[in-house]
Design a protein around this ligand. Structure first.
Ligand code: CAA
Length: 258
């Protein structure tokens, strides 16, 4: 397995686990961490036997945003050349489901990274915010777009213009996250959910993820059309035959990912 400096990577059964690991910088997302994270995601996406991926930080912080010290003296040209946000946006190309396990702060780019994942499980201590306005900038990795689509204009305005933070409970009520659990078990609960998804029919899981994410990108009629085509296409897989036969034969299906 590749050696990384800013993340820790392991597999837990059929799940790829990535831990952001710059604890002294509160897991600030510098270029190195972003590059490693995307590399690890792409490797897990290709790895047979891995059906889902979990990204986590530590109990105190998921990530406190983009690395302010790295970019403080940047010029426009530096930012355009570095373009680490474009690297981070490659997360959208990952086909396997990604679940964020969040405890403590998920701020700025940390909140944006969480929203780029497919699901979020949070500990009771999690706190979500887009505090970029305090630095004289705005969110740059999806905050104004994904957050607004999820929590609506009113709350997004408050969070981005006035640094309103959401508690885990508020984030749950607003549909930003899937579950709130005690801090002692947030990672185990996330791994459990990831493991459950990872043993399902892999191609159907990937098609489902793609179709749901497309709901944010296209018109309803285009989305419905593409969903229907994807549904028909799955009849070309052995897993569809196996799944439907197993139902009739009243036995659990054996998925092959074919
Ligand atoms: N970048 C770089 N270093 C950071 C950091 C960040 N985003 N967040 C925290 N750190 C560092 C601090 O500099 C400090 O390091 P030193 O001890 O070497 O000084 C260490 O992490 C601990 O931070 P604090 O001393 O500030 O700890 P705290 O408990 O008092 O506060 C915090 C914690 C509320 C998370 C606070 O650190 C904070 O507000 N961080 C910045 C959050 C932020 O503004 N994020 C947005 C970044 S911009 C962005 O993300 C743009 C984008 O959309 C892509």
């Amino acid at each position: 397995m590749t050696e990384y400096s800013s993340i820790l990577v392991e597999t837990r059964e059929n799940v790829g686990l990535i831990r952001l690991n710059r604890p002294r910088a509160f897991n600030a997302l510098n270029t190195e961490l972003i590059t490693e994270l995307v590399d690890a995601l792409q490797k897990f996406d290709q790895q047979d036997g891995v059906g889902a991926i979990v990204i986590t930080g530590n109990d105190k912080v998921f990530a406190a945003g983009a690395d302010i010290k790295e970019m403080a003296e940047s010029t426009v040209v530096d930012r355009i050349k570095n373009d680490s946000i474009a690297i981070l946006s490659k997360i959208r190309q990952v086909k396997k489901p990604i679940i964020a396990a969040i405890s403590g702060w998920a701020l700025g780019g940390g909140c944006e990274l969480a929203m780029a994942c497919d699901m979020i499980i949070a500990s009771e201590t999690a706190q979500f915010g887009q505090p970029e306005i305090n630095l004289g900038v705005i969110p740059g990795a999806g905050g104004t777009q994904r957050l607004t689509r999820i929590v609506g204009k009113a709350i997004a305005m408050e969070m981005i213009l006035n640094d309103r933070r959401l508690t885990a409970e508020e984030a749950l009520q607003m549909g930003l996250i899937n579950r709130v659990v005690p801090v002692e078990i947030y990672l185990e609960e996330t791994l459990k959910m990831a493991q459950e998804i990872a043993v399902r029919a892999p191609i159907a899981v990937q098609f489902a993820k793609k179709a749901i994410n497309q709901a944010y990108e296209s018109s309803l009629s285009d989305g419905l059309e593409d969903e229907r085509q994807a549904f028909y296409l799955l009849f070309g897989t052995e897993d569809q035959k196996e799944g439907m036969r197993a139902f009739s034969e009243k036995r659990p299906p054996k998925w092959q990912g074919k």
